[in-house]
Design a protein around this ligand. Structure first.
Ligand code: PGA
Ligand code: ZN
Length: 417
């Protein structure tokens, strides 16, 4: 089914910044609409956005250049192509861009088109998006399945500007729970934490990903807050629910050392891993994301040798959904799990291919949102399509997070039928 028209416009994301939304219409009238999210703690190895830098609009963050790229450059090339040939379409955009990091056309122009093409084609084929996407995976791929949700219910770092150096404090339902049970638990504990904060005179204002952002002191305090709040419920830590951290450590790594409020002095990678080791001993932590900075390979290898037995060692900024970075991480045995964010690499096919490589290397897969999301729910279908082990879509709060959880609920009921 051929592409008849491609248009684009500027919309807003959850941070009040512009985002590009693309609309793809096929000759049979099938339509796909998709938009590109934006990160706050953006790694150096991510695909690049093209912003307008016109300081008279949106503090320079306008995206009219990218909108223009979609309507005048990409559309010209893709109109008339068969929308079900996602590989050819994404390849064409990669060639049109011609750079290593999509910096000519911008990931904010390429990705919305790539996702909108997939949505339109799945509609034309009368397939749910997750089933349609699954067909592009390698032969050895496992069947679609619901991911376990990772609920980021306390926000810190660049997402809250409160006192925590770590960006995310996550609760993880036990994997034997059904998806609906996971949602039930996540929302229940979110509300229990809110009550606990209120009864202790702490703020219930939320950060970028919907998690609470109280002003405490150290990262240790964040974990003990979660522990105390959960202990007020009938959920059992270490049985029903576990903890995770996204340290987003690039943000507190300066001059080759780490700076956290839990320790007075500047920490080497080894000392940082000592700190994580003490946290693992005290709290039921299963998940450690970006605990070392994106170029600290020796630190990552040390973490894998000391911490990986009880926890996932997860690369987000380290890998940046980039196939070369992933191969480096695999060769160096730096991680045992990887975050996949389509806007870190820029096309649907490259994102799917990354999952195939990760799986072949035995890594767990986490499909993740960004802090600057729109209400686009593409990644919910993507997570099910690739049978992701985990979906990282924030707290069960704020419309742009809820859009993804609601889509996962809809898919769960489809899969049960
Ligand atoms: P970002 O953070 O979307 O603000 O970059 C998300 C993450 O680090 O996982
Ligand atoms: Zn992260």
């Amino acid at each position: 089914m051929k592409i008849k028209d491609i248009t684009a416009r500027e919309i807003l994301n959850a941070k009040g910044n512009p985002a590009v939304e693309a609309t793809v219409v096929l000759q049979d009238g099938s339509t796909g609409i998709a938009s590109c999210p934006q990160g706050t703690s953006v790694g150096s190895y991510e695909a690049a956005e093209v912003r307008d830098h016109d300081m008279t609009r949106f503090y320079g963050n306008g995206m009219l250049k990218a909108v223009n790229t979609v309507t005048h450059v990409i559309a010209k090339d893709l109109i008339g192509m068969d929308a079900t040939k996602q590989r050819e379409i994404d390849k064409r955009m990669i060639e049109l861009d011609g750079t290593q990091n999509k910096s000519k056309l911008g990931v904010n122009a390429i990705l919305p088109v790539s996702m909108a093409v997939a949505k339109a084609a799945s509609a034309s084929e009368h397939l749910p998006l997750f089933r349609y996407l699954h067909s592009f995976l390698g032969e050895k791929s496992v069947a679609e399945k619901m991911p376990t949700p990772l609920f980021n219910i306390v926000n810190g770092g660049a997402h809250a500007m409160n006192t925590f150096d770590f960006q995310e404090f996550i609760i993880i339902p036990a994997t034997f729970k059904t998806f609906e049970q996971c949602i039930h638990m996540g929302t229940g504990l979110y509300h229990a934490l809110r009550d606990f904060l209120l009864s202790n005179g702490l703020s219930t204002l939320v950060g970028d990903e919907g998690g609470f952002a109280p002003v405490l002191s150290t990262n240790y305090d964040g974990l003990s807050l979660l522990t105390q709040a959960i202990e007020t419920t009938n959920r059992r830590i270490g049985f029903d629910v576990f903890f995770g951290i996204d340290a987003a450590s690039n943000n507190f790594y300066r001059d080759r050392v780490y700076h956290i409020k839990d320790r007075g002095s500047e920490l080497t990678a080894k000392a940082m891993n000592d700190f994580y080791e003490t946290l693992l001993k005290e709290f039921k932590i299963l998940y450690l994301e970006d605990i070392l900075s994106e170029d600290d390979w020796d630190g990552w290898k040390d973490a894998m040798s000391r911490l990986a037995e009880g926890a996932l060692i997860v690369g987000d900024d380290l890998v940046a959904t980039n196939p070369y970075r992933l191969q480096m991480a695999i060769n160096k045995q730096a991680i045992n799990a990887v975050v996949v964010k389509p806007n870190q690499i820029g096309t649907v096919i490259e994102s799917l291919a990354l999952v195939d490589v990760a799986r072949a290397a035995g890594l767990k897969v986490i499909v993740s949102h960004r802090s600057g999301e729109t209400n686009d729910d593409f990644i919910a279908d993507f997570a099910v399509a690739v049978a992701a082990d985990y979906a990282k879509f924030g707290a069960p709060a704020r419309g742009e997070r809820i859009a993804k959880y609601n889509r996962l609920l809809a898919i769960a009921s489809l899969l049960e039928r």
